[in-house]
Write a protein that binds this ligand. Sequence first.
Ligand code: HEC
Length: 132
Amino acid sequence: MKAMGALLISLALSACSTGDASSTIDYGTVEVPVGRLSSDDARGRGRTLFRKRCALCHGERADGHGARREGLSGKPINFHNKEWRANVTPLRVFEVLSEGKRGTSMPAWPTLSTEQKWDVTAYVLSVAEDGP
Ligand code: HEC
């Protein structure tokens, strides 16, 4: 009887966590902090984060030439690429940071806060114009 109770509890818990996973963020409703994206302070904080977390694959200069770029699924984006920049939106970068990019080596970053994700977004979007 005791075992049965434990089983029911674990079933209830797993039902809960599946519920959470399926109710992912609706990115259409996420508010883009426009001021933060053009702020030099945010971009500076983003650059620091980038060098710690992203440079391994995307390169210290954000040019896609990180030490670990070989053998990944997909090629780490070169953020100087004007074509990439022209076709991406801040929300898209935020979503990729939150969810990762399925089928590629681009991971999700659950350890970054929302503010940190916007800071690093501000930085990567500024590279094509302002350099690394
Ligand atoms: C383990 C290696 C790795 C790390 C670490 C990494 N990335 Fe990536 N990233 C990739 C790869 C590979 C791709 C290309 C995916 C593809 O094929 O489209 C990518 C793609 C991206 C894209 C482009 C998404 C798109 O569809 O346009 C963005 C933005 C990005 N990464 C940002 C970051 C940021 C910011 C960090 C640090 C917080 C980071 N990445 C860390 C490997 C990495």
